[in-house]
Design a protein around this ligand. Sequence first.
Ligand SMILES: Nc1ncnc2c1ncn2[C@@H]1O[C@H](COP(=O)(O)OP(=O)(O)OP(=O)(O)O)[C@@H](O)[C@H]1O
Length: 364
Amino acid sequence: MKLAQVQITNFRNISTACLDLSPSLSVIRGHNGSGKSSLLEAIYYLGFGRSFRTSKHESVIKDDQSSFSVFARCNTETDQHIKVGLSRSRINEVTCNINGEHSNRLADLVSLVPVQLFTPQSTDLLVGTPSERRRFIDWGLFHVEHSFRLHARSYLSLLKQRNALLKQGQDITKPEHTFWSEQLISAAEVIDACRRQYIENILPYFKSIMAQFLPEFSVEIAYHRGWEKQLTFMEALAKKRDYDYKVGYTSVGPHKADLRLKVNNVSAQEMLSRGQLRMTVAALQLAQTQLFADQTQRQSIFLLDDIGAELDSIRREKFLTRLLETNTQVVVTAIVDEQIDFVENYNDKKMFHVEHGIVKEESN
Ligand SMILES: Nc1ncnc2c1ncn2[C@@H]1O[C@H](COP(=O)(O)OP(=O)(O)OP(=O)(O)O)[C@@H](O)[C@H]1O
């Protein structure tokens, strides 16, 4: 998928903006507070239905306006042209639009627009909570495995039901609870199998990129599924039942899964500098981009916010060059020109400048 044109209305400090993006590299330059990240944030809404900076949708609506909208004309890998859009109001109404048809199902929209994001906060993937790492794996599965999507949705709703019963102190071993308990277990097993396979698939890509990005380190990823290794999920639930009643929630399961990343046999976050952590996250995301392209023959859209932050010029160039080699559409922001000097050498790029929320395309 490539975004040919993006139209943004009433999004943060942007009243209206229309960007004819390059299918390869688009660079957005501007001073602090000019609106660069807001442009990426608006595109991100098409891929996730939410912001990467706030959970409050109303925060992104331009002051004094009642709603924002983002529309895009897209070209697919099979040369189809589709139009997608999303708007959200202050009273939290969301409207998705696919080829002129309205829908309230965000999943239909976001499954069409595979967006990835790299920001100065992306090191949270390594140093943040396990939920960041689960989200990383699940992005890859959401866009590839339809069965994963269904099982993940059903697991979450069954888990909610189980937690409510635990909280009320109800006996969940009663026969009337057998059916949904079995469903919970079977969904958990599918999620676990999908995630395990995903890690196996991504590992060779990741190792090969790391050999180029940080050749001085050897890396390993260990996947923890969220319950004891030697037990089935049913056994793990039974073992933890008393504890779960006490705390009022389910303490084991795929919602507790995690990834641990080791470099030279030490936890990555203990061993690596901030710049090296960023580069490791870049390698993970690049691996995800390549795996996605190989598995689906589709390309993702990669948003790279503030490329200058904590990456030296050699690493910036390596990362961007590898991304563009995978035929990924990249939109990158930078504050000062020196951070992106090297893009001089790239063909097919488009340059934009943003000031006080007004975007202008510049000649190359
Ligand atoms: N809801 C809103 N309505 C109007 N303006 C807003 C709203 N939310 C944020 N802003 C303003 O929008 C501007 C753009 O912010 P943005 O984060 O996109 O800038 P940026 O160019 O990425 O800056 P930096 O380089 O500092 O990261 C800021 O001046 C901010 O104060």
